[in-house]
Design a binder for this molecule. Structure first.
Ligand code: CP
Length: 356
């Protein structure tokens, strides 16, 4: 059965299919308004959300289906100590497909081990957010027309920004995509993602200066400093104003550059930028609903066709993962590691390296 935990769970061809289906949905809304009639989506949100949960809800409603779920772990039996494993076994009795957000990295992976219906990762800690990636890709497709030959700048919190991690993993599979990583030293992109870029000879540069990077960029992807992932409030306060995009800074940008942001924003884009024709972050939100419609439809279709996961990776059992944000520290799971492209075994839940 097919799930979506990471953008690379989809082949490039399958991403193209989801893009094409999203565009067809946009052009022919009525054609799709009963295709999920009688189906139920469960939204299990253990962490706050506005866009992702409500766009999943709107998407399923526009496909003619229904939605059940919770938007706060405290209103579910998680507050009584129920595990993710048991919760998804229960929800598999009620729903045809599950979208889960959780503060621990790898929680949706655990869900796939126990669910009998497709599971979609709607954001797991600072790790991954593949449906935001599909949203971002659809926006780039509609605004730029292609994914090849782009210089993409990621600015802000690249350490905890799960949307950044997922979008880089997706875009690196296209031709001649260059990444410009703009962050303070403390919030640089994790090594495991940079190691993959090096291994695959994909060009990237790191800088602390948004002004220097700006003239080269075709896409500027701004991000919020992720307050909820910091261990120290003092550290957050020191870094929270690292990058603020305003109209003055945009003067050196290309006239056809696009500005994306997964939202919510705090202060990293001033409101005056919203009036710049290059600002696409509210179009991006709407694209999120269409792409989630396409994804729900495809995953249910693939389940009925019994479509298998394209690549089976080598997996071994090992010692407990040492990363405190990994879900494996709080659920009854086997500690599993998969062989990555560069020959290192990584925890299947959080992608932390195997440390013996
Ligand atoms: N972009 C995004 O994930 O927004 P929410 O946290 O509001 O879902």
């Amino acid at each position: 059965m097919r799930n979506l935990l990471d953008p690379t769970d989809l082949t490039v061809d399958e991403i193209d299919q989801i893009m094409d289906l999203s565009l067809d949905i946009i052009a022919n809304r009525q054609k799709y308004n009963e295709v999920c009639k009688g189906k139920k989506l469960a939204t299990l949100f253990y962490e706050p959300s506005t866009r992702t949960r409500l766009s999943f809800t709107a998407a399923m409603m526009e496909l003619g289906g229904n939605v059940i779920g919770f938007s706060d772990a405290n209103s579910s039996s998680a507050s009584k100590g129920e595990t993710v494993a048991d919760t998804v076994r229960v929800l598999s009795c009620f729903a045809d497909i599950i979208a889960m957000r959780h503060p621990k990295e790898g929680a949706p992976m655990i869900a796939t081990q126990y669910a009998t219906v497709p599971v979609i990762n709607a954001g797991d800690g600072g790790h991954s957010h593949p449906t935001q990636t599909l949203t971002d890709l659809l926006t780039i497709k509609r605004e730029k027309g292609h994914f090849d030959n782009l210089t993409v700048g990621f600015c802000g919190d690249l350490k905890f920004g799960r949307t950044v991690h997922s979008l880089i993993k997706a875009l690196k599979r296209y031709t001649n995509v260059n990444f410009v990583l703009i962050s303070p030293e403390e919030l640089k992109l994790p090594d495991y993602i940079k190691n993959d870029l090096c291994e695959e000879n994909i060009e990237y540069t790191e800088t602390h200066s948004l002004e220097n990077a700006m003239p080269k960029l075709d896409v500027l992807y701004m991000t919020r400093v992720q307050k909820e992932r910091f261990d120290s409030e003092e550290e957050y306060n020191r870094l929270k104003n690292s990058f603020i995009l305003n109209t003055d800074k945009l003067k050196s940008a290309k006239s056809d550059m696009i500005i994306l942001h997964p939202l919510p924003r705090v202060n990293e884009i001033t409101y005056e930028v919203d009036n710049d024709p290059r600002a696409c972050y509210f179009e991006q939100v709407e694209n999120g609903k269409f792409v989630r419609m396409a994804l729900i439809y495809k995953l249910l279709q693939w389940k009925s066709e019994n479509r298998k996961t394209p690549v089976q990776k080598t997996i071994i059992e090992g010692p407990p993962c040492k990363y405190s944000r990994c879900i494996s520290s709080q659920e009854p799971v086997k500690h599993l590691y998969q062989l990555s492209e560069n020959g290192i075994y990584r925890c299947i839940y959080c992608e932390g390296p195997l440390e013996k």
